[in-house]
Write a protein that binds this ligand. Structure first.
Ligand code: NAD
Length: 300
C-alpha cells in the first residue's frame, strides 16, 4: 500500500471524528459517513469527502474503518440490505474499531471471509483525549498479516497497537480493560468523596494518591472531581468524553461474557448496577466519570 490511502470512515462522533481528522493530517484521502449531517460538514471542512451513502463512502476505498456505538449499528452497516461487505473492494482491509461483542465480530469476520474480504476487530482505549492526541491504544483481533497491514494506518491515530489474538480477541481484551476502568473510576470517586467529606482539598488528595499506591489512570488523566483537572470531562459538566450509556454497554458485554464462560465478576456486577442506577436517573449521556455524583451527600 502507498503512503496515502483512500480511507472510508463510518461514525465520526466523539471518537471517530478526531480519529478521522488524524488520518487526514497523515495525508490520507478520507471519505466519511455519519447519521449526523453537522458532523459530516465539520469533517468536510477539515478536508474529508462526504460519502453521501454507505456505498458512495466505500467507493475505491483501500481501507474501511468503522467507529459505531453498537453491534447492531455495525452489523447493520456491513450486513444490512445493501450487503456492504460485497460492495467493498475485495482488496480493501476492513477495520472495525467499535466496541461490540466478540460473537458479532467473529460472525462478521466469517461473513467477510465468505465474500473474500478481511475484517479485523480493533477496539480502542484512551478516550476522546487519546483520539484527539493520536495516542490511542488499538487492541486487534484477526490474522497476524491483516493486523500488520493495519498497523501503519492505526499508527496515524494511536501510539500502541496490540495483537490480542484471532478474530474477537481484541473485543475480549477491551471489555476486560473497561470492566477494570469502571471499577477503578468508582474506587477513585469513593476515595475522593471520603477525603472531601473530611475537609480535604480534592486536588491535594489527588496529588497525594498519584504519588502513592492508589495511583491509577482515572487519577492520572481523567480526574472525576470537577475543577481538579482542567482537561477532564468533570471540569466541563461531564460533557463529551465517554458516555455512561457506553460504559454500561461495555459492562453488559463483559458480564454476558462472564456468564458465557461461567465465570464470576462480583465487582464488575456491582459497577454495572451503579452505572445503571446513574443512567436511570437521566445521566446516560454524561461522561462516565459523573458517577462521582451518586456518591455525594447531596447528589445533584
Ligand atoms: P458517539 O455516539 O459519539 O459516536 C458514534 C457516531 O456514530 C455518531 O456520530 C452516530 O451518529 C454515528 N452512527 C450511528 N449509527 C451509524 C450508522 N449506521 N452509520 C454511520 N454513522 C452512524 O460514540 P463514541 O463515543 O464516538 O463511541 C464510538 C465507539 O467507540 C463505541 O463503540 C464506544 O464504545 C467506543 N469507545 C468510545 C470511547 C470514548 O471515550 N468515547 C473510548 C473507547 C471506545
Amino acid at each position: 500500500m502507498s503512503n496515502s490511502l483512500r480511507i472510508a470512515f463510518f461514525g465520526i462522533g466523539n471518537m471517530g471524528g478526531p480519529m478521522a481528522r488524524n488520518l487526514i493530517k497523515a495525508g490520507h484521502q478520507v471519505s466519511v459517513f455519519d447519521l449526523s449531517d453537522s458532523l459530516v460538514a465539520q469533517l468536510v471542512e477539515a478536508g474529508a469527502r462526504a460519502g453521501g451513502s454507505a456505498e458512495g463512502t466505500v467507493e475505491s476505498a483501500d481501507v474501511v474503518i468503522s467507529m459505531l456505538p453498537s453491534a447492531a449499528a455495525v452489523a447493520n452497516l456491513y450486513q444490512g440490505a445493501n450487503d456492504l461487505l460485497s460492495v467493498i473492494d475485495a482488496k480493501a482491509l476492513i477495520i472495525d474499531c467499535s466496541t461490540i461483542d466478540a460473537a458479532t465480530t467473529r460472525q462478521m469476520a466469517a461473513a467477510a471471509a465468505e465474500r473474500g474480504r478481511t475484517l479485523i476487530d480493533a477496539p480502542v482505549s484512551g478516550g476522546v483525549g487519546g483520539a484527539e492526541a493520536g495516542t490511542l491504544t488499538f487492541i486487534c483481533g484477526g490474522p497476524a498479516a491483516a493486523v500488520e497491514q493495519a498497523r501503519p494506518i492505526l499508527a496515524a491515530m494511536g501510539r500502541n497497537i496490540f495483537h490480542a489474538g484471532d478474530h474477537g480477541a481484541g473485543q475480549i481484551a477491551k471489555i476486560c480493560n473497561n470492566m477494570l476502568l469502571a471499577i477503578h473510576m468508582l474506587g477513585t470517586c469513593e476515595a475522593l468523596q471520603l477525603g472531601v467529606d473530611n475537609g480535604l482539598d480534592p486536588a491535594v488528595l489527588s496529588d497525594i494518591m498519584l504519588a502513592s499506591s492508589g495511583r491509577n489512570w482515572s487519577l492520572e488523566v481523567y480526574n472525576p472531581w470537577p475543577g481538579v483537572m482542567e482537561t477532564a470531562p468533570a471540569s466541563r459538566n461531564y460533557q463529551g468524553g465517554f458516555a455512561v450509556d457506553l460504559m454500561l454497554k461495555d459492562l453488559g458485554l463483559a458480564l454476558e461474557n462472564v456468564l458465557a464462560v461461567r465465570g464470576n465478576a462480583p465487582l464488575g456486577t456491582l459497577a454495572k448496577n451503579l452505572y445503571g442506577l446513574h443512567a436511570a436517573r437521566g445521566n446516560g449521556r454524561l461522561d462516565f466519570s459523573s458517577i462521582q455524583q451518586i456518591l455525594g451527600r447531596d447528589p445533584q
